[in-house]
Design a protein around this ligand. Structure first.
Ligand code: SF4
Ligand code: SF4
Ligand code: FES
Length: 222
């Protein structure tokens, strides 16, 4: 076992754990996007950044790929971390503003404006679909093609790969294509409110459980 400090508390972690995993053992929530339990860490989205303190200096590191090591001092919610995560969310939203997941995450982090030019792409290059296909389905039908701004997820010759098992996992795991934000107009790159949820008021037997109809946790009583 090793001991590190997270948000001022001593945390014991197993050898080989990442800072993200060590934080989770203490119930500390660090937002993630390109990380998915059961898939290899990728460390590309930077949503999970934490502050690594070394004396009077500190640096920002992706917690999903940062190994937990003896004596490490980590801050998961400092003002610097929060500012960095907001900028990351702005960048991601400028790439794929129609992603409901991204819009929700940005709202939770208090992002009030997207200052970058909007591109309206349907992929943030998180690599989840590629890793899911390869590591969970042992298919490997998906991969990255191209470089720089042309980089995208594709298949060989852009055709349905022979190895595909039609599991649908690549769509299920994707943070962009799972559910689109349905707002017609984005104000400053943000939707400003969720139009996907059915309001509680429409429940025929509302018990004021505060959950939208159809949402997990929504209950009706007869
Ligand atoms: S649907 Fe096909 S391409 Fe997508 S994860 Fe499954 S096997 Fe891979
Ligand atoms: S298609 Fe979706 S899961 Fe695949 S890299 Fe793009 S955003 Fe990630
Ligand atoms: S979740 Fe850590 S970099 Fe994406």
């Amino acid at each position: 076992m090793i001991e590190l400090t997270i948000d001022g508390a001593k945390v014991r972690a197993e050898e080989g754990m990442t800072v993200l995993e060590a934080a989770r053992t203490q119930g500390i929530v660090i937002p993630t996007l390109c990380h998915f339990d059961g898939l290899s860490p990728y460390g590309v989205c930077r949503v999970c950044v934490v502050e690594v303190v070394k004396g009077k200096r500190s640096s920002l590191e992706a917690s999903c790929t940062l190994p937990a090591s003896e004596g490490l001092v980590i801050r998961t919610g400092s003002p610097r971390v929060q500012r960095a995560r907001k900028v990351v969310m702005e960048l991601l939203l400028s790439t794929s503003p129609k992603s409901k997941l991204l819009q929700d995450m940005a709202a939770n982090m208090g992002v009030t404006k997207v200052r970058f030019q909007q591109k309206d792409r349907d992929c943030i290059l998180c690599g989840l679909c590629v890793r899911y296909c390869e590591q969970q389905m042992q298919s490997g039908g998906l991969g990255f093609v191209g470089r720089g701004v042309s980089r995208r997820v594709g298949t060989a010759f852009d055709e349905m790969p022979e190895e595909c098992r039609n599991c649908g996992g690549c769509e299920w795991v994707c943070p962009v294509c799972e559910q689109a934000c349905r707002a017609d107009d984005l104000i400053d790159g943000l939707c400003g409110g969720c139009l996907n949820a059915v309001p509680v008021e429409s429940c025929p037997i509302c018990t004021e459980c505060s959950q939208s109809v159809g949402a997990e946790g929504h209950r009706t009583f007869r």
